[in-house]
Design a protein around this ligand. Sequence first.
Ligand code: FAD
Length: 204
Amino acid sequence: ESLLTYALCVEEIARGWMSVSGIINTHFIVAYMLKQHGTQEQKDYFLPKMAAGEIRGAFSMSEPALGSDVSSITSKGVRDGDDFLLTGQKMWLTNGGTSSLVAVLCRTDEGLSPKEAAAKPHRSMTTFLVEKEPGFGEVRPGLTIPGKIDKMGYKGVDTTELIMDGLRVPADRVLGGATGRGFYQMMDGVEVGRVNVAARGCGV
Ligand SMILES: Cc1cc2nc3c(=O)[nH]c(=O)nc-3n(C[C@H](O)[C@H](O)[C@H](O)COP(=O)(O)OP(=O)(O)OC[C@H]3O[C@@H](n4cnc5c(N)ncnc54)[C@H](O)[C@@H]3O)c2cc1C
């Protein structure tokens, strides 16, 4: 339950193999976001499977043109009946290949005029819970994980791109059931991620 317990566990794991703490961190962030912000149905469906290790989580804010500046993302979700159609390119997904659930941040701009959306970009974003097959290539219609990014270190973690081209996601897979909250949900998630990263440093 407590972040202190989590930090102590992560410290020990990172002492042995830091990459493992990275795999756990990303999974933990997605589970935390579901616990804090998910609908009851989303919690009941995903959390037991995530606790059992049947589903591994990834989360995706970054894009080729931005990392820190999350409010500038360009990936888009457009409503189409009871679904959303997602389009855009994402970058640097920890667990991108091994995961079967990705929390993807997109711009939705629902209920905002273009002027409002441009002035307050953090209010026009939505987190989508995207289920997929683990692996590489077209893992679901409209969703491609091209392959692992070759890194200088931290090689026990798979880090990937994610390409959406008309990816169809049902509206009940909007985290929390309402659009426009994605930026806050993601910032809440990366906050607990920072506890992991600090504990990792101590472990190493
Ligand atoms: C191995 C790895 C795994 C990752 N996993 C994920 C993941 O799972 N999901 C995900 O969404 N992203 C992930 N990322 C992306 C990561 O979140 C970004 O790399 C990070 O946000 C930094 O963005 P950037 O690389 O574009 O650097 P930039 O944002 O371009 O920053 C470059 C430098 O400028 C500084 N800087 C930036 N903005 C300012 C400012 N306003 N004022 C002063 N200084 C500033 C930064 O501190 C930094 O030193 C991962 C990255 C790596 C390398």
